[in-house]
Design a protein around this ligand. Structure first.
Ligand code: PLP
Length: 365
């Protein structure tokens, strides 16, 4: 790690690739000789148009997004998509199924209830969101307009390895905020994928929507213009002033991922990092414990606990002293959470594991 930089284990906004930050720093004052930074140029000028077009085409190649899908660069975070998704894809009296696997899918369901006949088809709350359903566990509603899942629950650390299969004409929708671009995804299985940028791909504010084009144009009449996918698709994400600088950073991250072997290689790196950490937890004789079912443990967010909150606080403080920051678990669940997104170097995880071993040795007699 460069001097002055720490290993940032935050769940989001999260760490970005050092090479991208350096490139952005070099570009900031005078972007490619145009005499202005990208924050100052017109969003309709040729400079920014080339940026957004490159970002879109890089993302399309990275995820192998079929032409039948629109790629939108929006604002408002993934939270806005909790409303946009039902507003665009169903009528107010349509049924829609939600799989509730943690705090984020629960929030999506609660927002969805305002705009459609939303129903929970599986709820992991009783088991403290430590597992995921298999297909047979879902009580799917015949004729439901869509089935909504959260691909990776950032707070609880559960991640779908195989996605549920909706029945009949039901559309599959996924919130991929916290594992977007962390591994290959078969986009054609989904009707809509959305993600806030601030974990794997860029600054908060930018929100990516990948939606099947044939589903555009039937938003509910009350849909605010800013939430209507068709408006944004027809205007190539330039209906209003987009988050230009953020989109530029996302483009740099996509280029960086492409240059480093694409999503297959990213997944390989992520599996390797996650294994280091889960092995350390599982091999600690229960000094550290991860409550999540082994089969569905997240490659991105690794929650774990120790015997007492005092011991956890001591560990977090010691880690911070060694330049490993933001390890405190979410306020709703406590404990420790290490978020190890794409841009977390393997060296960061190795350093964390070394501290875990040393800390344990010191606290066991
Ligand atoms: N969905 C998931 C899985 C998240 O992790 C988050 C934020 O952490 C959100 C939705 C909400 O995203 P935003 O803050 O961009 O609205």
């Amino acid at each position: 790690q460069d001097s002055g930089r720490v290993f940032n284990f935050a769940a989001g906004p999260a760490t970005l690739p050092a090479s991208v930050l350096k490139q952005a720093q070099a570009d900031l004052y005078n972007w490619r000789g145009c005499g202005m930074s990208l924050m100052e140029v017109s969003h309709r000028g040729k400079e920014f148009l080339s940026v957004i077009q490159n970002a879109e085409s890089a993302l399309r190649s990275l995820m192998r997004i079929p032409d039948e899908y629109a790629v939108l660069f929006l604002q408002g975070g993934a939270t806005t998509q909790f409303s946009s998704a039902p507003l665009n894809l169903c009528n107010s009296n349509d049924s829609a199924d939600y799989v509730v696997t943690g705090s984020w899918s629960d929030k999506a369901f609660k927002e969805g209830q305002k705009y459609c006949n939303a129903k929970v088809v599986w709820n992991g709350k009783a088991a403290k969101y430590t597992g995921l359903p298999s297909q047979g566990d879902l009580s799917l509603t015949p004729g439901a307009k869509f089935l909504h899942i959260c691909a990776n629950e950032t707070i609880h650390g559960v991640e779908f390895k195989d996605y549920p299969t909706p029945q009949g004409e039901t559309l599959l929708i996924a919130d991929m905020s916290s594992n977007f671009c962390s591994k290959p995804v078969d986009v054609s299985k989904f009707s809509l994928i959305y993600a806030g940028a601030q974990k794997n791909i860029g600054p908060s504010g930018v929100t990516i929507v990948i939606v099947r084009k044939d589903l555009l144009g039937s938003a509910q009449p009350i849909t605010p213009v800013m939430l209507d996918y068709k408006i944004h698709a027809d205007n190539n994400s330039l209906f209003n002033t987009p988050p230009c600088f953020g989109i530029y950073i996302c483009g740099l991250v996509f280029d960086d991922l492409l240059a480093n072997g694409g999503l297959e290689a990213a997944e390989k790196r992520n599996i390797e990092k996650a294994k280091l950490l889960y092995d350390a937890i599982d091999g600690s004789n229960a000094f550290f414990k991860c409550p999540v079912d082994k089969a569905v443990r997240s490659l991105m967010n690794v929650p774990f606990t120790m015997a007492t909150p005092e011991l956890e606080a001591e560990f977090i403080k010691e880690a911070a002293g060694q330049g490993m920051v933001q390890l405190k678990g979410h306020r709703s669940v406590g404990g420790i959470r290490a978020s190890i997104y794409n841009a977390m170097p393997k060296a960061g995880v190795e350093k964390l594991v070394a501290l875990m071993k040393a800390f344990q040795a010191r606290h066991t007699s």
